[in-house]
Each structure stands twice: as structure tokens, then as C-alpha cells.
Design a protein around this ligand. Structure first.
Ligand code: PLP
Length: 396
């Protein structure tokens, strides 16, 4: 059975929350690598299919003790009643949207979205008759103009990937709730440690746990957190029948990773701010952006919402793609890759990789320039990261 750790501090909850011990009373969480569960009698099987009790399971696509430990620990940490763990962040985004929408529904979404989120909203939901209005998420008046009575749902990234636009989340939640819309926040960039989704009134937070929860480049995962009636209602029903559940080994890795998440993310966010501060004003750069650094155009809003804005900053290298590639190719410690939130620092060139397929006019609107580099700051000594960046900038 689970103990109630909800009165202890958040950091303690990351170590103990949701723990369910087996009959062996193990210290470290057990990994239940099992698809199914045995019933003592036919009557017990029948009863479980009528109603599943708290510590009862049927099939790993529906739920599993290790997965449930992870769901309980992370959803309570984020301030939500419950969560459904998914195979990836995109399984979570797709599952949350598809389970809550039907043909004819109206959705308002911010336009600065991760490419796969844009695909789900534009291509998938569009094909099934959902009407999606995209707005400049940083413009409160644009949200007001797009929301209408009967709008079913709002979808946004609290901090956009890769352009680090910040949304006034309290404002958007209030405006959405006035017309009866649910607010779904993709909280990947904000990080679970500095998340303000619940505090600002979001109904559902979706986290790609591939990012800061795993934090060490190993596992894909995602979680949909929200009120029990939605999570164990339409969301669980959709997820369990369509096969997007998290596997138990990923859940176990995630549980162990949660134990160190605060320490890792605080160190990485502190280093990201330090790197932004060191690079600001560098002669080879057009811009340096980190939302809680004073050079960001939305600095005050970002600081009002959280002390740190994640572990990612962007720089815009002068001299277009050629100079930018010279810079990237001169990096020695920082890796060229397309993920973020790893323990290893990573540089990404969105215009030619993650956002390559976006039409040029869309890139222009979003600010994905040929010189834009997304820098994910890892757990190395920040002095080494700064030295690597300065050396590579010399070569740009
Ligand atoms: C990475 C990411 C996702 C997708 O997560 P996966 O775990 O890779 O499926 C969704 N939204 C945002 C904002 C992301 O950064």
C-alpha cells in the first residue's frame, strides 16, 4: 500500500512519494516486468473486470505497479490528483488531445509549438474535423479574440521549443475558463521542478519525461497529469485501449531518476542562466535568450512565473548558416544532437534539423533564423561549457 507523503516537502516526495512495497519490503522500488496478473479464482477475475481496486491490476497496457508508483509520485509533485504515464511525450500529447476532443470541437493553440505537436493539432485533429485556431501565444489580446463560447480546449507550451517564448499562463487560463474551455499545457521546457502549470490554473499538464525526468538520455516517456475524473475517465479509457502506456522498465528508470531530479535540474538551470549572462553582448552574437535573463523581451513575466526558465537557452550567431556551422563544428565538449535536458550539454540547429520541414515564412514568424542555436546545458562544470562556447565562437 502507498503511504501519504503529500505533507512532506516536494523534494522529499521525489524520493519517497508513491512507493508501493511488495511482501519483501525492498528498499529500492521493485520493477514488475510483467504483462499480466494471476487471479486466485475465476470469481476474483470476474470481480476485477467489474471494478479494479487501488492495488489491483489487469494488464500492463492498462496499468502496472511500477508504472503506478511513477504516476503517483510525479503527479503529486506537480500538484495534480492523478496521472497516466505514456510511452513518450508525444503519446501523452496525442492521447490527451484525442481522448478529450471530437469532430466539430473548437481548439485554440499557440502557434509556437514543437513540430510533432503541430502535426497532431494541424494534420491529425484536422482530418477528424476538429477546428483549430492558432494564435501568437505571447499576445493576450489574440487569445481573447480567438476564444469563443463553446471553445472546448486550449493547448500551449508554457515556454516554447525552441524559441523560448513565454506565455502569460494565468491570463490564458482565466480567459479560457471564462468560456468553459479546458487548458492543456505542454510543460516540457519549463521542467517539472520549475513548473507553474497547476499554480496558474491549468487543468492538465503534459510532460515529456524523456527530458528532465529521465535527464540522462536513456528512456522515452510522458505523463498526462490532471483531475482524477479526467485521468481515470476518458484519458485512461483512451490510453488503455489504444496502446500508448509506459512500459514498466521505463517507469522504474524514471522513478530512480526522480530521486535526483531536483538536484540535477537546479544545477542545470543555474548553469544555463550563468552561460546566458556570460554570452550576453558577445560580438559574434545577435542575441542571447533565456527567459529569466534580463536580455529576454519577456524577462519580467518569466521571473513572475518561475525563478528559472528551464535548462535551455538560445543564441543567434552572426553571419548566417555558414558562420553558425563553423561555430557548431568547433565545439569540443558540447555535443551536436537534437534532444535537450540531458546530463550532457547539447547544441541543436533547429533551422536544419528539428524545424527543417517548416516553410520559410513559418520559420520567419517564429524567429527560427539560420544563426539560431538551441543550447541545452548539462551537468558538466559550467566553466568548461563556457570555455567551449567562447572557443567555438572565436572560430565562427
Ligand atoms: C520533446 C517534446 C515533446 C515530445 O516528447 P517525446 O518524449 O520526444 O515524445 C513534446 N513537446 C515538447 C515541447 C517537447 O520538447
Amino acid at each position: 500500500m502507498t503511504k501519504d507523503f503529500s505533507k512532506l516537502s516536494k523534494r522529499t516526495q521525489l524520493v519517497h512519494g508513491g512507493t508501493r512495497r511488495s511482501q519483501y519490503n525492498e528498499v529500492s522500488e521493485a520493477v514488475f516486468l510483467t504483462q499480466g496478473f494471476v487471479y486466485d479464482t475465476a470469481e476474483q477475475a470476474e470481480a476485477r473486470f467489474i471494478k479494479v481496486g487501488d492495488d489491483e491490476f489487469i494488464y500492463a497496457r492498462y496499468g502496472n505497479p511500477t508504472v503506478r508508483m511513477f504516476e503517483d509520485r510525479i503527479s503529486a509533485y506537480l500538484g495534480f490528483e492523478d496521472g497516466f504515464a505514456c510511452a513518450s511525450g508525444m503519446a501523452a500529447v496525442n492521447g490527451a488531445l484525442t481522448s478529450l476532443l471530437k469532430a466539430g470541437d473548437h481548439v485554440v493553440a499557440s502557434r509556437a509549438l514543437f513540430g510533432s505537436c503541430l502535426y497532431v493539432l494541424q494534420d491529425v485533429l484536422g482530418r477528424f474535423g476538429v477546428d483549430v485556431t492558432f494564435v501568437d501565444g505571447t499576445d493576450n489580446a489574440a487569445w481573447d479574440a480567438a476564444l469563443r463560447p463553446g471553445t472546448r480546449l486550449v493547448f500551449l507550451e508554457s515556454i516554447s521549443n525552441p524559441t523560448l517564448e513565454v506565455i502569460d499562463l494565468k491570463y490564458v487560463c482565466d480567459a479560457a475558463h471564462k468560456v468553459g474551455a479546458l487548458v492543456l499545457v505542454d510543460d516540457a521546457m519549463a521542467t517539472p521542478v520549475f513548473s507553474y502549470a497547476k499554480a496558474c490554473g491549468a487543468d492538465i499538464a503534459i510532460v515529456s519525461t524523456t527530458k528532465h525526468v529521465d535527464g540522462q538520455g536513456r528512456m522515452l516517456g510522458g505523463i498526462i497529469c490532471g483531475p482524477k475524473d479526467l485521468i481515470r475517465g476518458p484519458i485512461e479509457a483512451y490510453m488503455k485501449h489504444t496502446g500508448g502506456a509506459m512500459n514498466p522498465f521505463a517507469a522504474w528508470t524514471h522513478l530512480k531518476a526522480l530521486e535526483t531530479m531536483e538536484l540535477r535540474v537546479r544545477a542545470q538551470a543555474t548553469a544555463a542562466l550563468q552561460v546566458a549572462d556570460t554570452l550576453a553582448g558577445h560580438p559574434k552574437l545577435n542575441a542571447v535568450r533565456y527567459p529569466t535573463h534580463k536580455a529576454h523581451p519577456q524577462y519580467e513575466l518569466a521571473c513572475a512565473q518561475a525563478p528559472f526558465a528551464g535548462t535551455v537557452l538560445t543564441i543567434d550567431v552572426k553571419g548566417g548558416k555558414e558562420a553558425c556551422f563553423r561555430f557548431l563544428n568547433a565545439l569540443e565538449t558540447i555535443l551536436i544532437s537534437n534532444n535537450f535536458a540531458d546530463a550532457k550539454s547539447i547544441a541543436t540547429h533547429p533551422a536544419t534539423t528539428t524545424h527543417q520541414r517548416l516553410p520559410q515564412e513559418q520559420k520567419d514568424i517564429l524567429g527560427i533564423t539560420p544563426g539560431l542555436v538551441r543550447l541545452s546545458i548539462g551537468l558538466e562544470d559550467p566553466a568548461d561549457i563556457v570555455a567551449d562556447l567562447l572557443h567555438a565562437l572565436d572560430k565562427a
